[in-house]
Write a protein that binds this ligand. Structure first.
Ligand code: 5MM
Length: 341
């Protein structure tokens, strides 16, 4: 294991106020999003959409790394250039989602366990040879009556730590993603308690598995009230609750934090990230960055709708969102940017 290479990659992923672009939707997720817009659910459409993203002019000025999916990392642009080379040429580090998805957890109704450890060592070796320098694994935690259970949190945290250790052995920076879902009626306070409990367990397990914290990135949820909660806190209240929670449980050595958007609108995900950086950046031990999928891609997909003629406008919409999020990393985003880029 080359520890310095891992640390350098982790640093590069959060350097220059850039963020990660999550474009690792599995085919079923990608198809669900295509279906809503009447886009054909075919390999050709998936290739065309991913080429649109990767060739967005200026993408590399706001995005440090792109998380690909197994199909995507093997694909090429129409001119034959591999997506991996196109990303590297744009100054973007290729990454890869390596979990096999969140499945129903035996004995734990309504809870999920992420699978994918079997054979992971050899898959990571292949991805490294293909040019990936970081990887991602997502665990899903649901808040509800009597859940999450300790058994679910423990099992997911253990899998995340086993995955992270294997990544570092293979020279890949692990992006560790324990996502507490927004679905439900729970309060912001409840989300904060659950997020803290989950992160505590995750870092205990990372420690047990001897993961080098400087050579990893944490990809967490923000601390938010459930989507169906009657009380929806302000942007500043969310920023305060999120930073307060993380200061309690995330070790200062961690290479960086890159939030998932989790179903927030593009603008709200930007505003909340901006508020955290505006209010706290100078006092935090880690960078607060972004690793959004829906919150940066959705406007572009809505414009594209599978039509080649819409590619330039869709790329502008994608660039606009990543540029707003880069501003949010500096605490310099202003909603007026939504009208005049
Ligand atoms: C939570 O999802 C991750 C971040 O995306 P959002 O910013 O939209 O929340 C994302 O990387 C996610 O892990 C992949 O899109 C997952 O795709 P699958 O198809 O595995 O659910």
């Amino acid at each position: 294991m080359n520890t310095q290479e891992l640390i350098d990659t982790a640093r590069a992923l959060v350097a220059d106020d850039k963020g990660l672009l999550a474009m690792d939707e599995s085919n079923p997720t990608c198809h669900r999003r295509f279906a809503l817009l009447g886009i054909p659910q075919t390999v050709e459409a998936r290739q065309a959409y991913r080429e649109l993203i990767i060739t967005t002019p200026g993408l590399g000025s706001c995005i440090s790394g792109a998380i690909l999916y197994d199909e995507t990392i093997r694909q090429q642009k129409k001119d034959g250039t591999s997506f991996v080379k196109a990303l590297i040429d744009a100054g973007i580090i290729p990454g890869i989602k390596v979990d096999a998805g969140a499945k129903n957890m035996a004995g734990h109704p309504k809870e999920k366990i992420t699978e994918g450890l079997d054979g992971l060592r050899s898959r990571l070796k292949e991805y490294y040879q293909m040019g990936a320098r970081f990887a991602k694994w997502r665990a899903v935690i649901v808040i509800g009556d009597g859940i999450p259970s300790t058994g679910c949190i423990e099992a997911n945290a253990h899998a995340l730590a086993r995955y992270a250790a294997l990544c570092q052995e293979a020279g890949l920076v692990p992006v560790v993603e324990p996502e507490v879902l927004m679905d439900g009626e729970h309060s912001l306070q409840r989300c904060s308690e659950v997020t803290q409990e989950v992160l505590r367990m995750v870092f205990n397990q990372l420690y047990s598995q001897r993961v080098i914290l400087e050579g990893m990135i944490l990809k967490p949820n923000m601390v938010l009230p459930g989507l169906a909660c009657s009380s929806q806190e302000t942007v500043d209240e969310v920023a305060d609750a999120t930073v307060k929670c993380f200061l309690q449980v995330v070790p200062a050595a961690v290479g960086g934090i890159a939030f998932l958007s989790g179903g927030q609108s593009g603008q709200l995900a930007t505003e909340r990230l901006n508020a955290m950086n505006l209010r706290f950046k100078s006092r935090l031990p880690w960078a607060l960055a972004f690793s959004y999928a829906r919150a940066v891609q959705q406007p572009a997909m809505d414009i594209w709708r599978g039509q080649a003629a819409n590619v330039p406008a869709a790329q502008q919409a994608l660039y606009h969102r990543v540029n707003c999020n880069r501003a949010a990393r500096r605490g310099e985003y202003n909603p007026s940017m939504e009208k005049h880029d």
